[in-house]
Design a protein around this ligand. Structure first.
Ligand SMILES: Nc1nc2c(ncn2[C@@H]2O[C@H](COP(=O)(O)OP(=O)(O)O)[C@@H](O)[C@H]2O)c(=O)[nH]1
Ligand SMILES: [Mg+2]
Length: 300
């Protein structure tokens, strides 16, 4: 009999939710950066082990909404926790509980959700006796089903997570393809790879106002007969001055972003990639419902 378990991965920006989803699924399905609000939409990571299909819903980090885009991101989180078998609350163990955790646990109370508390980044805690104190701080917020100190980075205790989640599996046909690690459309994933390289190469203000779209993707052969994929990428930014910075001196920044994105895509396709990138300015797109929908970033 097939079983399935839906897991909402929640927590504040930068707690390590996408890193955990990637680790548990065993493949990179969500981009990761040291900047908050890297994840913009809900991403399903899928892992099938034996009879059980695990579906991890990696959510954007809960934060105070300042633009229409961030309103959509916060809505995505509330939509995610109502329909799951179990939720993970991921916290950065080096930080004290904040209004974000309070809001999330209030939502859990409303829905009566079973919640596993993961105290991540314990690799950064020198004095291990502090962990007890941290557990105490957080356990006053909610009656958690389990509390586990972990480090995704150093894989401390991370092997404990799947067996615990499996206890929440219910008899149900598998919802997603057993052989694919995500239901994200390929073009969205390719655009995310480019956005990750921008996040990791540039200062905060610019990546947060940037969207990436794949305009074209064509498989062909080089004149030597090698397989090659031609990919057309458009980077949308909010200001003319940002466009200049994304392109860089004599195109240096864009070349760097293009090169590392292309290398990762070549690994993904296991063949050559030829990439063309355009940079366009669309002022204030983060407050435009039409453009948010166009870029696939609304909560529905
Ligand atoms: N030191 C440490 N850093 C981590 C750990 N897990 C994730 N990170 C880092 O924390 C940052 C945010 O991770 P990410 O998965 O994007 O967080 P998200 O915003 O919650 O999805 C990245 O720079 C990660 O490399 C951990 O266990 N220890
Ligand atoms: Mg994330």
């Amino acid at each position: 009999m097939q079983k399935s378990v839906f897991v909402a991965v929640t927590g504040r920006p930068n707690a390590g939710k996408s890193s955990l989803t990637n680790l548990l699924v065993g493949e990179k399905v969500a981009i990761v950066s040291e900047k908050p609000q890297t994840t913009r939409t809900r991403i399903n990571g899928v892992l099938t082990k034996g009879e059980t299909q695990f579906v991890f819903i990696d959510t954007p980090g809960m934060h105070k909404a300042a633009t229409k885009l961030s309103e959509q991101m916060v809505k995505t989180i509330s939509n995610s926790i109502s329909d799951v078998e179990v939720a993970i609350l991921m916290v950065d163990a080096t930080k004290k509980p904040s209004p974000i955790e309070e809001k999330l646990t209030a939502d859990f109370k409303k829905c009566g959700t079973d919640v596993i508390l993961l105290l991540n980044k314990v690799d950064l805690i020198k004095n291990k006796s502090e962990i007890l104190k941290i557990i105490e701080n957080y356990s006053s917020l909610y009656d958690f089903a389990e509390i586990i100190p972990i480090s995704v980075k150093n894989q401390i205790n991370t092997e404990l997570i799947l067996p615990i989640i499996e206890k929440y599996a219910v008899e149900a046909p598998h919802f997603f393809d057993d052989n694919l690690p995500t239901d994200q459309p390929e073009k969205i994933w390719l655009a995310e790879i480019v956005r990750e390289k921008i996040l990791n190469s540039m200062y905060e203000e610019i990546p947060h106002g940037t969207a990436v779209q794949i305009e074209s993707m064509e498989f062909s052969k080089t004149n030597k007969g090698e397989d090659i994929v031609d990919i057309g990428v458009v980077i949308i930014c909010e200001k003319q001055s940002h466009k200049g910075m994304i392109i860089g001196k004599q195109g240096a920044m864009l070349k760097k972003i293009g090169r590392i994105a292309r290398e990762e895509m070549e690994e993904y396709f296991e063949q050559k990639v030829n990439m063309k990138i355009w940079v366009k300015v669309k002022e204030d797109w983060r407050n435009s419902d039409v453009l948010i929908t166009d870029f696939g970033l609304n909560a529905e």
